[in-house]
Design a protein around this ligand. Structure first.
Ligand SMILES: [Zn+2]
Ligand SMILES: [Zn+2]
Length: 250
């Protein structure tokens, strides 16, 4: 069987299953989405009382700008632990000599993308597919389970998240009012940090500039006076590490 015929068949199969999946879980009824790549958790919601958590495996992404497809196993920005499961699709491609399943990235159109998603669905087993659509990117997610709102993954998902204009939903971090990306001002931290690290209960990313450090020492630590000078503000984890990189130079 040639690739076109095979892909067409799989797409047809998926369409039928996908309709059932969407209807059963009311997928189209949710207006908004957010997801956490580390936890591989997708949240569909209208509000806090009307939501659904789904476990996913990333299949791949379609860039609307370059009109290219990229398999998740090839994507170095994809941090989902299960992306390597998608290599089973590549193995199958090698066996059948289907180059579109073997190459990591190449020009494609939206129709191709649904074919890739359908083939991944067939090989990897799942409940259905969900496509997260942003302005620049379509992310194809293979849905592999429904997650209870009381599960530890969902609790982690909702812990300490802030909505950042640049970075979306991310963990919270705290910095003094002086730190910016214009002039390096030093970067004193409550404890040594790195991006993505696990935080103990009650620990937060927190940093302040050299001036704040002087004031803090003058006033024997954090108190009303030194805090007034620092005016600590809430930012996202991604922003925090951008500031750290820039400000650590002095
Ligand atoms: Zn400061
Ligand atoms: Zn941010």
């Amino acid at each position: 069987m040639d690739y076109e015929q095979f892909a067409g068949e799989k797409c047809h199969e998926l369409m039928r299953i996908q309709e059932e999946f969407k209807e059963k879980f009311g997928i189209d009824h949710y207006e908004h989405w957010t997801y956490d790549a580390e936890l591989e958790l997708l949240r569909l919601y209208n509000d806090d009382n009307d939501q659904l958590y789904l476990k996913y495996t990333p299949v791949g992404t379609f860039s609307l700008k370059s009109e290219t497809w990229m398999w998740s196993w090839f994507n170095e920005h994809s941090i989902e632990p299960s992306k390597d499961n998608v290599l089973a699709v590549k193995d199958f491609g090698i066996e059948k000599d289907y180059s579109k399943l073997i190459d990591g990235t190449f020009p494609a159109d939206e129709y191709d993308c649904w074919e890739f998603a359908a083939i991944a669905f067939d090989i990897l087993d799942g409940m259905g597919l969900y496509r997260v659509a942003t302005e620049k990117l379509h992310i194809y997610m293979l849905i592999i389970g429904i997650v209870s709102e009381n599960s530890s993954d969902v609790i982690k998902f909702n812990q300490k998240k802030v909505e950042c204009k640049s970075h979306g939903l991310s963990r919270a971090a705290f910095v003094c009012q002086h730190l910016d990306l214009e002039h390096p001002k030093g970067f004193e931290e409550a404890f040594e940090t790195y991006k993505g690290m696990d935080l103990d209960e009650g620990d937060d990313f927190a940093a302040w500039c050299n001036e704040c450090e002087k004031v803090r020492i003058q006033h024997d630590g954090w108190n009303e006076k030194s805090e007034e000078f620092a005016k600590i503000k809430l930012i996202c984890e991604e922003c925090y590490f951008e500031l750290k990189k820039f400000n650590s130079t002095v």
